[in-house]
Design a protein around this ligand. Structure first.
Ligand SMILES: C[C@@](CO)(OP(=O)(O)O)[C@H](O)COP(=O)(O)OP(=O)(O)OC[C@H]1O[C@@H](n2ccc(N)nc2=O)[C@H](O)[C@@H]1O
Ligand SMILES: Nc1ncnc2c1ncn2[C@@H]1O[C@H](COP(=O)(O)OP(=O)(O)O)[C@@H](O)[C@H]1O
Length: 275
């Protein structure tokens, strides 16, 4: 029997500017989003009924309840049509790297292939979560609106990345609620043309993640995580999304692997390259 396998790469917000808040409470964002070759895997095969099995090192952090984003994505595509789905969970849950959103996007790709159905429109996809549209294509993108307006960002220099989570989860709604100033400057438009990694990180250092301060208030341990990453000699460090996962950027010279190995053992850490 055919098994369709789709990789669900971690999403990293290299910048995250919160520019306004809509009347319905959702925030308007301006974010440079990239993906890494670190992630979950979705396996799908034909079956009479719709089911989800959980596997992988972080599989025990979730249950296969109907609200799991994998099952919500399957139902969005074709109601309760049958498929046997397996989620190999490697990314920490509720950690700012869009694991659930990447899983939902990968499920849509896997089942559209298995069932021969078209991918739903973006308006429908965003009902699964604000981060799901950007996860449909694992390339650098500028994400605006609430996450539903996307433009590819060509010309990003090739770099390695380390992801570190100090073992705490952060509630995205709580972080947004703790943000005092909702109207912050966007990124420049158009984005600059970067001549290489040094030029790119020099520019990143002039940008922000507006959710960093409220996330640190909720989880002060993130200060230690960022400090530990700075001490590796990384070219740039930051927090992704609403946290608590932090990232560090490196040239493609093997130093990312050494840096990941130097992080305290209880912390979740992974190294790879930006896609
Ligand atoms: C903050 C971001 C940045 O990429 O990443 P994460 O920290 O989740 O990885 C995303 O916008 C998160 O997207 P996602 O996690 O899919 O959000 P949703 O499930 O749609 O919304 C969860 C809650 O976050 C808040 N929310 C989310 C997105 C947005 N643009 N404005 C918001 O105010 C709302 O309180 C909402 O109820
Ligand atoms: N397949 C899934 N993987 C991760 N989280 C999921 C999944 N399905 C549902 N969730 C729920 O979605 C929420 C956000 O998870 P996740 O996408 O990992 O975080 P974030 O958006 O902060 O990166 C969590 O509260 C989690 O319980």
């Amino acid at each position: 029997m055919t098994t369709v396998e789709v990789f669900a790469p971690a999403k990293i917000n290299l910048t995250l500017h919160v520019t306004d808040q809509r009347a319905d409470g959702y925030h308007l964002l301006d974010s440079l989003v990239v993906f890494a070759d670190i992630g979950d895997t979705i396996l799908a095969k034909a079956s009479e009924t719709l089911s989800l099995a959980l596997d992988g090192p972080q599989g025990d952090q979730l249950t296969a309840e109907p609200d799991n984003l994998v099952l919500r994505a399957a139902r969005l595509l074709a109601g309760n049509r049958g498929a046997a789905l397996t989620l190999v969970k490697r990314l920490p849950v509720a950690s700012g790297i869009g694991g659930g959103s990447a899983d939902a996007a990968a499920t849509l790709h896997a089942l559209s292939q298995l069932w021969g159905l078209a991918i739903p429109e973006s308006d429908a996809i965003v009902t699964l979560g604000a981060d799901v549209p950007v996860c449909m294509e694992s390339v650098p993108q500028r994400m605006t609106g609430i996450g539903d307006t996307l433009a590819p960002v060509p010309g990003l220099p090739r770099m390695d990345i380390v992801l570190v989570n100090p073992g705490v989860s952060v509630s995205t709604p709580s972080v947004f609620q703790n943000l005092s100033n909702k109207r912050n400057a966007p990124m420049p438009d158009p984005l600059p043309h970067w001549r290489g990694p040094v030029d790119f990180v020099d520019w990143l250092q002039t940008q922000r993640n507006d959710l960093l301060a409220p996330a640190i208030t909720l989880q002060p341990v993130m200060q230690d995580t960022l400090q530990a990453l700075r001490q590796t000699g990384a070219m740039h460090v930051g927090m992704s999304g609403s946290g608590a996962t932090c990232f560090a950027l490196f040239p493609k010279d093997g130093s990312a692997q050494l840096a990941a190995q130097s992080m305290p053992a209880p912390w979740w850490r992974a190294h790879g390259q930006i896609l």
